[in-house]
Design a protein around this ligand. Structure first.
Ligand code: AMP
Length: 179
């Protein structure tokens, strides 16, 4: 049951609303670890429920005031858009994310960075673009999630990912997912 994983009533209500009944394997493994504030590595493919495995505990910690800013990096705009959509699905207490992916208007992304947000959901490429233009700081990011880290490497984003991670100077927690 989701309840046994340590999720709050608010998050359990959200899970029930969406219609998830049984947590998947990756959710059973990852949710308690991320709730506890530890680093995590998850072996999970698309379809395993990995997105909810990190979004649910992170949203709960934001609601509790334990976390403010989270960066979620993925190799492709499709994956980042899926993560963003799932965040909209789960969103509680008006918690917002900013989506930074290629192929979309840079100016609009800059405008959304001027609003209140808790999540940056980005591809490495577009995030680097914004960083080079000085559009956002990363020193307020406390948690970094690297999704499909194996593909990040396969697609040649190791240097960019390192550069991004070096800028997250106040990082307290990291979670990495790989197929
Ligand atoms: P993901 O692996 O995160 O891309 O998730 C794959 C799909 O499974 C998404 O459409 C989710 O909405 C759905 N999903 C995630 N967790 C559960 C669950 N515990 N029960 C049923 N469906 C789920």
């Amino acid at each position: 049951e989701f309840k046994a994983l340590g999720l709050s009533d608010l998050m359990l209500q959200k899970v029930a609303e969406i219609g998830y009944v049984t947590p998947s394997e990756i959710q059973k493994g990852i949710i308690p670890v991320l709730l506890g504030g530890s680093d995590a590595i998850g072996k999970a493919k698309t379809g395993s429920g990995k997105t909810a495995a990190f979004l649910l505990p992170v949203l709960q910690r934001i609601v509790l005031g334990e976390l403010k800013k989270v960066l979620i990096i993925s190799p492709t705009r499709e994956l980042s858009m899926q993560i963003y959509d799932e965040l909209l699905l789960f969103s509680v207490n008006g918690i917002k994310g900013v989506l930074l992916v290629g192929g979309k208007d840079m100016k609009k992304q800059v405008q959304s960075l001027a609003t209140e947000y808790n999540f940056i959901i980005a591809t490495t490429g577009r995030l680097m673009d914004h960083l080079q233009r000085g559009n956002l700081p990363l020193n307020d990011i406390e948690l970094v999630i690297l999704d499909e880290a194996d593909r990040l490497l396969d697609m040649g984003f190791l240097d960019e990912t390192r550069e991004i991670m070096d800028k997250v100077v106040n990082k307290k927690q990291t979670a990495l997912f790989s197929a």
